[in-house]
Design a protein around this ligand. Structure first.
Ligand code: GDP
Ligand code: MG
Length: 688
């Protein structure tokens, strides 16, 4: 049974057609009886009103449906960069992916981002080149880009018959399956019926060329096939399928399909390919977790229903019935009404109800086995990223990590009641979406929320105002600055006091200097030699205190970044109060070091990719330069020009609409956080 399960995601750049293809898949599987349309807001997976309005997928919903003799768990992932953490999170629990490209735009910046994410998580994938019916669609150059830009070895498995709108001469009308060498056309209700026929004379040569190229690539993975080819013998279809599967699972080759999800052409072959070439949970290596009993020790669990249970919570959706926790089960069997343990919250949790999720419908089930995905209702102490495991065999799987927030906005509640309501709502939203953060500022009485981008905050704002009807004032978003140091300074902090007759004394000397950017914003290390009066325990608590203080804010109230702190020396009086004294001296030392040095402000820098027809390039580039952008590359792609640039987020507010009006709606753009860079002097002046 496990071999018949496919946990897959459709991943792509926004607007490539993920939702449309998902709708098609659900329809062809017999799951729905009509095809939902993104453009009229009737899709099955985008059931959040906010998403329907925007026509983009924000929340990944897990949809279960049958295809042939397999069961699919399909996770619809969002494509907008503001929501990349959602993609990241889905990738953690997927076994395979269908990556959708638009044949008109080709490989876009964000396709590259998701591709790299999928590489990181070792997700085998197949590619679908969509929108073959659009004017300017170019299958072959998209295939080249998949190889060149993504470094994938593309294995073309279907060829398009024609390109562009169907009513054009030589418009897109069907596909050729290179394995069977048959032409496939799609008719009946919404392309429901797949018809096979002979390939027309004029395409024979192409088909032969691409087919022998396919076999040649595959023969590297199969010696028997290599022999057959050298002997000029027929290669059986079964051998071809098996070899494609091997090469895909080894990340050697990426099968490429083509079609038009909107016109219902070429989708069923992709579903078949998921069954044939993408992994089942059994093909996945055992998961590894930390043993709570022994630090540093790893425990592995096979995807076997007989192993002790463990699973990862990758998503929480809240509604009026309460929180629904989505769990990927990695090992064992989870039964309704059982008890599991969550080591992070150190709580035993009851699992009252298990649900299979089918779009916005749910079916209650009694148990779920390794490899599957299930929704749990009734968990109390569990958040996204937590591991649930058997109480008698507990472990912790690697948690899901989330990127830094780059943008924030202030919210003011009209009165105390509203402020309390706001806090409750934000807390619930924070459980669902760990990429957004919020805190109350005591000085101003404001609540500051931060997120991954303008759109992300916009969506949160609409939820607060519309869905929860809060009476709050929302300020314009601002970028999240970071503070750093630009010079090396040494400073000594002290604590000298008497408290209740006992004297408190500690002195701490540290060195603070800039460091290269990496995943740790502030690194703390020690250069202190051990001494008789200064125990190992004091030493580690002092480092802990420095770390705590460094994770707070700097001189200007922003979080510190790219800072290295070295503990040089420390002294205490050996009595019971020394620990408090050490903490105070550590904080004092850091404050002194920061004020003595030269601070720097860092601002988020985005990378952008703008695609525009030639006649608008001049104006778009001019506008970008005014926004302090650095143009890193411009190149032609078919009849459009692609401009790559890097620019501070602070200058990119409202950029998408500005760019659209400059180009009369004909340019498109994608952006994503790239790094933090030094802010210009006027920004710093604003804070001094
Ligand atoms: P998503 O953002 O990746 O989920 O993309 P959607 O499925 O929402 O599609 C974005 C837009 O492209 C919508 O207007 C769709 O109607 C359109 N679209 C999707 N697939 C095709 C296709 O095969 N051909 C054409 N011409 N348009 C498509
Ligand atoms: Mg969508």
């Amino acid at each position: 049974m496990l071999s018949k399960l496919r946990n897959i995601g459709v991943i792509a750049h926004i607007d490539a057609g993920k939702t449309t293809i998902t709708e098609r898949m659900l329809f062809y599987s017999g799951f729905t009886h009509r095809v939902g349309q993104v453009d009229s807001g009737t899709t099955n997976t985008d059931f959040d009103p906010e998403e329907q309005e925007r026509g983009i997928t924000i929340m990944s919903a897990c949809v279960t449906f049958p295809w042939k003799d397999c069961q699919f768990n399909l996770i619809d992932t969002p494509g907008h960069v503001d929501f990349t953490a959602e993609v990241e999170r889905s990738l953690r629990v997927l076994d395979g992916g269908v990556v959708v490209f638009s044949a008109r735009e080709g490989v876009e910046a964000q396709s590259e981002t998701v591709w790299r994410q999928a590489d990181t998580h070792n997700v085998p994938r197949i590619a679908f080149v969509n929108k073959m019916d659009r004017e300017g669609a170019d299958f072959y150059s998209t295939v080249d880009e998949i190889s060149e830009r993504l470094g994938a070895n593309s294995l073309v498995l279907t060829l398009p018959i024609g390109e562009g709108p169907p009513h054009f001469e030589n418009g897109f009308s069907g596909i050729i399956d290179l394995v069977t060498q048959k032409k496939l056309t799609f008719s009946g209700k919404d392309g429901n019926k797949v018809e096979q026929s002979e390939v027309e004379e004029e395409m024979r040569e192409d088909v032969e060329m691409w087919r022998s190229q396919m076999l040649e690539s595959l023969s590297m993975y199969n010696d028997a096939m290599m022999e057959l080819i050298l002997e000029e013998k027929e290669v059986p279809a079964k051998m071809i399928h098996e070899t494609i599967r091997t090469a895909t699972l080894e990340h050697g080759l990426t099968p490429v399909f083509c079609g038009s999800a909107l016109d219902g052409i070429g989708v069923q072959p992709v579903l078949d390919a998921v069954v044939e070439y993408l992994p089942s949970p059994l093909d996945m290596p055992p998961v590894e977790g930390d043993d709570p009993k022994k630090e540093g020790k790893k425990i592995t669990r096979k995807p076997d229903p007989k192993e002790p249970f463990c699973g990862l919570v990758f998503k929480i959706q809240s509604d009026k019935h309460g929180d629904l926790h989505y769990v990927r089960v990695y090992s064992g069997t989870l039964k309704a009404n059982s008890r599991v343990i969550n080591l992070r919250s150190e709580k035993k949790e009851n699992v009252p109800q298990l649900w299979k999720i089918q779009c916005d419908r749910r079916e209650q089930i009694q148990s779920v086995e390794a490899g599957d995905i299930v929704g749990i209702i009734g968990l109390k102490h569990t958040v996204t990223g937590d591991t649930l495991s058997d109480t008698r065999a507990p472990l912790t799987l690697e948690s899901i990590t989330f990127p830094e927030t780059v943008i924030s906005m202030a919210i003011e509640a009209e009165n105390t009641t509203e402020r309390k309501k706001l806090a409750t709502v934000l807390e619930m939203m924070g459980r669902q979406d760990p990429t957004f953060q919020w805190k109350e500022s005591e000085e101003t009485g404001q609540t500051i929320i931060s997120g991954m981008g303008e759109l992300h905050l916009e969506v949160i704002k609409h939820r607060l105002l519309r869905e929860h009807q809060l009476d709050v004032r929302v300020h314009n978003p601002r970028v999240s600055y970071r503070e750093t140091v630009t010079t090396q300074v040494e400073a000594t902090g002290e604590c000298k006091r008497t408290l209740g007759g006992e004297s408190l004394f500690a002195s701490v000397t540290i060195r603070v200097e800039p460091k290269k950017h990496d995943d740790t914003p502030v690194a703390v290390r020690t250069a202190m030699m051990g001494s008789d009066t200064f125990s190992e325990a004091y030493h580690s608590r002092l480092l802990e205190a420095l770390r705590d203080r460094a994770n707070g804010s700097g001189l200007f109230g922003f979080q510190l970044m790219d800072v290295l702190i070295t503990l040089v020396n420390a002294e205490v009086l050996d009595n019971g109060s020394s620990e408090v004294a050490l903490q105070m001296a550590a904080a004092d030392a850091l404050d002194k070091a920061l004020s003595a040095g030269t601070p720097g402000i860092l601002e988020p820098v985005m990378s952008l990719e703008v695609t525009a027809p030639e006649e608008y390039v001049g104006e778009i580039v001019g506008d970008l330069q005014q926004r302090r952008a650095i143009i890193t590359r411009t190149h032609a792609r078919g009849n459009v020009t692609v401009i790559d640039a890097e620019a501070p987020l602070a200058n990119l507010f409202g950029y998408s609409s500005a760019m659209r009006s400059l180009s009369q709606g004909r340019a498109t753009c994608s952006m994503e956080p790239l790094s933090y860079g030094a802010a210009p002097p006027e920004v710093i002046k604003g804070f001094v």
